[in-house]
Design a protein around this ligand. Structure first.
Ligand code: NAI
Length: 385
């Protein structure tokens, strides 16, 4: 497979998500890391980029400089990852798409629904990929869940229960920690903190595995730490367009919970349960039979799960490998598009800007519902109503 050129914006030294992207993008040699504007501090970003092995002239002080310079290079980047704080995603992603680059944007894709709508339309007009990093969809057994549900193993889906609850922002002493503070600052995070940060991963997972979209929701938000302007805990009931009932709990003050992303799907003929902290096992309960444990890497899994599985059965596979599946899908899709081939559907499982828009619309619906004492609220993006 050809190696494509990759660059990143954000993900500077000490950032949370930068290292996972750098591991994932390079894991399959689909991409080589050639350019970056890695930090809000130009000197720190430039210095860190050089230490990561970037040529000094491609370790840029800021993203505008990077855009201008990369446009002029014959060996320009083929994909840019935007891993900066939320409020900057829109401007950066839009500028790169309009200049003809493919983009992988961190979630939430934008802060407002109008921005998200505009990115969908910009990507369509530019005819470029604008993926959104709902990276947990890259896990092999999540893809297997989707395949099982799609082929009807559970029958009609009745109920989806998702959680993403951790306790890492529970310490009041951390209120002014700069890496925590921006997440609860409306100017940098937008209208929602925990639901936009973690809840939407869970919500997207519910749609991804069931292939059903969220139609409406009712939410209850809480800010458990005094002084926080945005929520650190949320309970959201939702409905999916295939008729399933959805339940979601997300929290950042659940001391003792680590990452806490789980999904359970219950249909008329059986149930499935998967926990991201134990990603190698999928629990399957067919109606009236014994509980079965499906192991990642076992024979006779779906082709989607086989493709996403990297190491043999019984060995740990984790988050950077799930992200790597997104990067491999992207590289194959970029190459297929360039050569005029139709992409194999298994290569196009990465989340799209339409998914990003749906999530942003759900965030705004959840905020509006919480302000209206849990009133049921239309969660569909205006563009798709
Ligand atoms: P962080 O605060 O740990 O790091 C942010 C990095 O971006 C820092 O290095 C900072 O210097 C840099 N930065 C800020 N503004 C910049 C600019 N204008 N140009 C270049 N660099 C800039 O934040 P974290 O946790 O890494 O989050 C970044 C994004 O990734 C957020 O949108 C967040 O929601 C998302 N995220 C996604 C996860 C996933 O599972 N998909 C997990 C964690 C975060």
């Amino acid at each position: 497979m050809a190696t494509l050129n990759w660059g990143m914006i954000g993900g500077g030294e000490g950032s949370q998500i930068g290292p996972a992207h750098r591991l994932a993008a390079r894991l399959d040699d689909c991409f080589q890391f050639v350019a970056g504007a890695l930090d809000h501090d130009p000197l720190a970003g430039h210095d860190f980029g050089k230490r990561l092995g970037l040529n000094p002239d491609r370790s840029y002080g800021n993203w505008r400089e990077m855009l201008e310079a990369e446009q002029k290079r014959p060996d320009h980047i083929d994909l840019v990852t935007v891993a900066t704080p939320n409020s900057t995603h829109y401007e950066i992603s839009k500028a790169f798409l309009e200049a003809g680059f493919n983009v992988l944007c961190e979630k939430p894709m934008t802060v407002t629904e109008a921005e998200a709508e505009d990115l969908v339309l910009t990507a369509r007009k530019a005819d470029r990929i604008c993926a959104v990093n709902f990276g947990y969809t890259g896990y092999a057994l999540v893809r297997h869940m989707r395949a099982m549900i799609s082929r009807g193993d559970l029958g009609q889906i009745r109920l989806v229960v998702v959680e993403f609850a951790h306790g890492h922002h529970a310490d009041a002493a951390d209120l002014n920690n700069p890496r925590v503070r921006w997440r609860y600052d409306p100017l940098q995070a937008g209208v929602s903190a925990q639901f936009a940060d973690c809840g939407i991963h869970a919500l997207h997972l519910a749609s991804f595995v069931t292939k059903q979209e969220v139609t409406r929701l009712s939410s209850d938000f809480a800010s458990c730490l005094p002084g926080r302007l945005l929520e650190d805990d949320a309970m959201v009931n939702f409905r999916l367009n295939g008729g399933a009932v959805g339940r979601l709990w997300t929290s950042s003050v659940a001391i003792g919970r680590q990452h806490g992303l789980t999904i359970q799907v219950f249909g008329e003929n059986g149930g499935l349960r998967w926990e991201q902290e134990h990603p190698n096992q999928l629990y399957y309960m067919p109606l009236g039979q014994r509980l079965q444990v499906i192991e990642r890497g076992e024979t006779n899994l779906s082709p989607e799960a086989d493709r996403a599985s990297r190491v043999t059965i019984g060995h740990a596979e984790g988050m950077p490998l799930a992200f790597a599946n997104i990067y491999r899908d992207l590289s194959e899709s970029i190459l297929a598009k360039r050569s005029g081939c139709t992409a194999n559907p298994a290569m196009t499982l990465f989340p799209t800007p339409e998914d990003g828009l749906r999530s942003v619309a759900a965030i705004h619906a959840a905020v509006a519902s919480a302000k209206a004492d849990g009133a049921w609220t239309d969660a569909r993006p205006r563009l798709f109503r």
